[in-house]
Design a protein around this ligand. Structure first.
Ligand code: PLP
Length: 403
């Protein structure tokens, strides 16, 4: 039996960039009894979430929902659209782009990984101009897909997906556009149809505020067409049977019923707040967090203000300070989890998540924990980051809607 008797007073501050804290309303929805996934009630739930999720992706087309983590949905996007040995153009924005690239290699694809030299690379978003240039040289159209990460969770850098679409079109290239917005969906503006994305990959445990366990592929008609001749082996991930059965609100296998209850509730909450308001809330919290980091005199991992992430902020440590030691100290002292530096930036930075069910005071508590922990770790701070964030939040305060 799992030991659940560890309970320090108050709530744990889960300030990693996903999984994000699950609102009580979703936890309650998940506690409804599990029902027959082939029975009449289930179809209504299935139809409701399958329709609702389209509004979140901003698409008119099918969205496949898998009982899997985001990694599964990455694989689904590749195996449904591509054939062994196909060339794909990927872009190294950070750790998650690197993992997707590794997966493409393991699946027998031939990924080409664009990016910047090591030190700089993980501080910028996708340079769409480089994608256009590379595609323009591919006269035989050997490259079958362009894969980019919309919100690079390892660094706190976003990429301009509409610009990537334009780059593909300007090069007159037929490659499919595959986008990972696992940590961007329902936190940062995202438009599957308008931006001409062929497959959007996402997951439940970030902006949607669910626990980990379901993930998504939003499709375009061109992607569905490509899946009819794609030859990478696929069975569980294959869209055809899922999309067909989803028309009635059911799945070809046992779906994750209780997470679908939570998804239905999450969609209702997001639409009640309004997606525009949800994005504005995230952008404002991100700005407050960055003001704190600047006031501390520390560097933000994202070096380009045009693509700051509204989901998380990467905080770089001064030379000689081990970011993991600072995180550990903060965890033990203040019961707060921060995101670790991953891959190439391990130990050099930490990440503050400000996504999902997060408000002004959640962020202020997180920043207080960071400020106290940084001081305890002996990091010299220029001035109070919490004061800078409070001033900004007060000056831009948003009143609760009247009840
Ligand atoms: N892509 C991005 C941008 C992510 O943030 C993550 C997880 O954090 C993944 C892919 C992998 O998803 P999962 O860990 O749910 O398999």
């Amino acid at each position: 039996m799992l030991k659940l008797d560890f309970h320090p007073a108050g709530r744990h501050f889960l300030q990693i960039p996903g999984p994000s804290p699950v609102p009580d309303r979703l936890l309650r929805a998940m506690s409804y009894p599990t029902i027959d996934h082939r029975g009449p009630e289930f179809g209504a739930l299935g139809r409701q979430v399958l329709t609702g999720i389209r509004t979140i992706f901003k698409t008119q087309h099918p969205v496949a929902i898998y009982p899997a983590s985001g990694t599964g949905a990455w694989e689904a996007a590749l195996v449904n659209t591509l054939s062994p040995g196909d060339k794909v153009l990927m872009y190294e924005t950070g750790h998650f782009a690197s993992l997707w690239n590794k997966m493409a290699l393991r699946l027998g694809l031939e990924p080409e990984f664009l990016g910047l030299p090591e030190a700089e690379g993980w501080r910028h978003g996708v340079d769409a101009g480089r994608i256009r240039e590379r595609l323009a040289t591919d006269k035989s159209h050997a490259i079958k897909a362009v894969c980019v990460v919309h919100n690079e969770t390892s660094t706190g850098v976003t990429s301009d997906i509409a610009a990537v679409r334009r780059a593909i079109d300007d090069a007159g290239h037929p490659a499919l556009l595959l986008v990972d917005t696992i940590s961007g969906l329902a936190s940062a503006d995202y438009r599957h149809d308008e931006w001409g994305v062929d497959v959007t990959v996402s997951g439940s445990q970030k902006g949607l505020m669910l626990p980990p366990g379901i993930s998504f592929n939003a499709l375009s008609p061109k992607a569905i067409e490509a899946s009819k001749s794609a030859r990478l082996p696929k069975a569980f991930w294959a869209w055809d049977e899922i999309v067909e059965m989803n028309k009635t609100g059911y799945w070809p296998y046992t779906p994750n019923t209780n997470l679908l209850y939570a998804l239905s509730e999450s969609i209702e909450m997001l639409l009640a707040e309004g997606l525009t308001q949800v994005f504005e809330r995230h952008a404002r919290l991100g700005e407050a967090c960055r003001r704190a980091v600047r006031a501390w005199g520390l560097q933000i991992q994202c070096a380009d203000p045009a693509v700051y992430s509204p989901v998380l902020t990467g905080v770089m440590m001064p030379e000689g300070v081990d970011a993991d030691r600072v995180r550990e100290l903060i965890y033990r002292s203040f019961n707060m989890s921060l995101g670790a530096g991953l891959g190439k930036v391990k130990g050099r930075m930490f990440r503050i998540g400000h996504l999902g069910d997060c408000n002004d005071l959640t962020l202020m508590a997180a920043l207080s924990g960071c400020e106290m922990g940084l001081k305890l770790a002996g990091v010299k701070l220029r001035e109070s980051g919490t004061s800078a964030a409070m001033e900004y939040l007060a000056a831009t305060r948003v009143e609760l809607p009247a009840r």
